[in-house]
Design a binder for this molecule. Structure first.
Ligand code: DCP
Ligand code: MG
Ligand code: MG
Length: 578
């Protein structure tokens, strides 16, 4: 399949722009954001690193990852020989005749590694937000504060990595001190990624997401950079094009260009009143704030992906038979991924792009529909008709965009499943599963159900995930508190439940559990043994002391950790049932 995530970033640039700006509205106040410490991590030559892990004998060779006729990335050996990211294969081979090219059209290994990176970071700090495949933001503000409290100052007075502009730190300045500790944390994150997953990365440490992202690539590869407030303006003015600022996509860039604004300095010094008149007050203000490096957007912890998509680009696709063939291929891949994910989609979406390569940008059209109820229960059962039914739905969506009698020429098709939910009765996301898993070793051994690894005390990451499951459960099924429900503290707990754990659960969850146990008693049916999920197999529980030294900076603080974004954010365009 084609480089989906990268392409999405490119194609939906305006969308990304919206979301970056949108986040600012709900953000913290500018005052609070000044005191934050944010780390941005970006993996080095990501796809090429994944390939080098799979084939270590290629490490010392110039290596490129090819999708269609483009080298989407290459290792640093190749970069030293003149090969660049997104170079045409032909040109790359001219620059470097010995370039080894691997096909990178199957994104599975990159996707898997990407999630392992985020999971590992989440084990070290709960506030991790994914950005694309190879980037993560980590809000380390609280870890820094804790560290400073514990040691009454930084443990090590030397900055880890570089300081942008080579400025000296003033250790009497609280902001400098916090950033200094942030640099130690960033270094620990990077070491952990290197030792655990064998991946090298770059990091930026600054007081907000925008600046951390902008500074992280200053020294590459495998290096990190701290940005002091005194250097904000230098960094911004040295950026070059305005498009380097995340949040300024092509469309906005063009609008600014027509006003004669081409650099950060132009934008900063452009009369605000004129900008407001031209672009409207909210956009004008946001853009000018971005140009000064102001960004209040919080690091929003990422949950599992909200949708799964696959797409295929081609030179031309102009018959229904070709469309069908491509859709079937995409569906097969998606069904395999859905099977591994374990959730069920409730919305199906088809996107296409027409015309020549010149009109590629911003010309995606899409239609989506809810999946009819009779199809929902056929997911994950190896139902051979499922594929045919989904294909039929997709063709109907297709015909809404391309009427039968109209000739067409497409260069991209994309299918996505969204509004993903745990299937009813799944123990994976249920609170029953949560309690079962954190039962004591003694109780589990007596029950004899759990695998050996699960008999150990849960690692913090596992516990955090379970906590999230509870939060998801709470979010998705708000239980109206019944006045007749019993006081949970007075009920008789089943033998496999740890009373301490139970007492710490929110009241609503306790009540729901009680209801679940009652119905279990009524039917005398034991709780199902939870299925091991792929995510969990990929990241088996580890004892906290095995994780890394960052544990000493932390105390449990799961209470404030929001769960994955809810489905309420999904807006399904109901095209009626088919
Ligand atoms: N990617 C893609 N298509 C794009 C951009 C990126 O397929 N248009 C993929 C390939 C990259 C990965 O995304 O390996 C991450 O993108 P980066 O821009 O971070 O590039 P790299 O990680 O490869 O290199 P660097 O070391 O410069 O970060
Ligand atoms: Mg990268
Ligand atoms: Mg990147």
């Amino acid at each position: 399949m084609e480089r989906l995530e990268g392409m999405e970033e490119e194609e939906e640039e305006e969308e990304e722009e919206e979301s970056w700006e949108g986040e600012q509205e709900g953000g913290r106040s500018a005052e609070a954001s000044r005191s934050r410490v944010i780390v941005h991590l970006d993996l080095d030559c990501f796809y090429a690193q994944v390939e080098m892990i799979r084939r270590p004998e290629l490490r010392a060779k110039p290596l490129g990852v090819q999708q269609k006729s483009i080298v989407v990335t290459c290792n640093y050996v190749a970069r030293n020989l003149g090969v660049r990211k997104l170079m045409a294969v032909e040109e790359a081979k001219e620059k470097c005749p010995h370039l080894v090219l691997l096909n990178g059209e199957d994104l599975t290994p990159y996707r898997e590694t990407s999630y392992r990176v985020t999971e590992l970071l989440q084990e070290m700090c709960p506030l991790v937000e994914r950005l694309g495949f190879d980037e993560n933001f980590v809000d380390v503000t609280e870890l820094v504060e804790k560290r400073l409290e514990q040691h009454e100052g930084p443990e090590d007075l030397a900055v880890a990595g570089h300081v942008y502009g080579n400025r000296a730190l003033d250790l009497h300045d609280g902001t400098h001190l916090r950033l200094l500790v942030g640099s130690h944390l960033a270094s620990a994150f990077r070491s952990s990624l290197a030792t655990t997953l064998g991946l090298s990365s770059c990091a930026g440490v600054a007081s907000n997401k925008l600046l951390a992202k902008l500074v992280s690539g200053t020294f590459k590869p495998n290096q990190q950079t701290l940005l002091l407030p005194e250097s904000h303006q230098d960094l911004l003015r040295n950026l070059g094009g305005l498009q380097k600022i995340p949040g300024i996509g092509s469309k906005t860039f063009k609008r600014l260009e027509t006003l004669g604004i081409e650099t950060v300095w132009h934008l900063q010094s452009f009369p605000t009143a004129v900008l407001e008149k031209e672009l409207g007050l909210p956009l004008a203000r946001r853009l000018q704030r971005l140009s000064f490096g102001e960004d209040d957007s919080p690091v929003a912890p990422s949950g599992p992906p909200r949708s799964l998509s696959e797409e295929e680009a081609f030179k031309s696709c102009s018959s229904e038979a070709q469309v069908k063939e491509n859709l079937e291929k995409l569906l097969l891949n998606l069904l395999e991924r859905l099977h591994q994910d374990g959730r069920r989609p409730h919305t199906l979406r088809l996107a296409l792009r027409r015309g020549s390569s010149a009109s590629r940008r911003f010309h995606r059209e899409s239609r989506q529909c809810p999946l009819p109820p009779h199809l929902l229960h056929r997911f994950h059962k190896g139902d051979s008709n499922l594929l045919a039914s989904l294909l039929e739905l997709l063709l109907k969506l297709f015909r809404k965009m391309v009427p039968p009698e109209v000739p067409f020429r497409l260069n991209l098709l994309s299918v996505s499943f969204s509004n993903l939910k745990e299937p009813p009765g799944s123990t994976r996301g249920s609170i029953g599963f949560y309690l079962k898993e954190i039962s004591t070793p003694h109780q589990e051994a007596a029950g004899g159900h759990q695998e050996a690894s699960q008999l150990q005390a849960p690692s913090r990451s596992e516990a955090t995930k379970r906590k999230r499951l509870v939060e998801e459960e709470e979010a998705s099924c708000p239980t109206s508190r019944s006045s007749s429900s019993p006081e949970p503290s007075r009920i008789q707990l089943p033998p496999d439940v740890d009373p301490q754990t139970f007492s710490e659960l929110p009241r609503e969850v306790q009540e729901e559990l009680v209801a679940q146990w009652r119905s279990r008693e009524a039917t005398s049916k034991p709780l199902e043994k939870p299925k091991a999920t792929r995510r969990r197999r990929r990241n088996p529980p580890r004892a906290p002391e095995q994780l890394n030294t960052l544990w000493r900076y932390m105390e449990p603080r799961w209470e404030g950790t929001p769960g994955p974004p809810g489905d309420s954010e999904e807006v399904a365009e109901d095209l009626g049932t088919f």
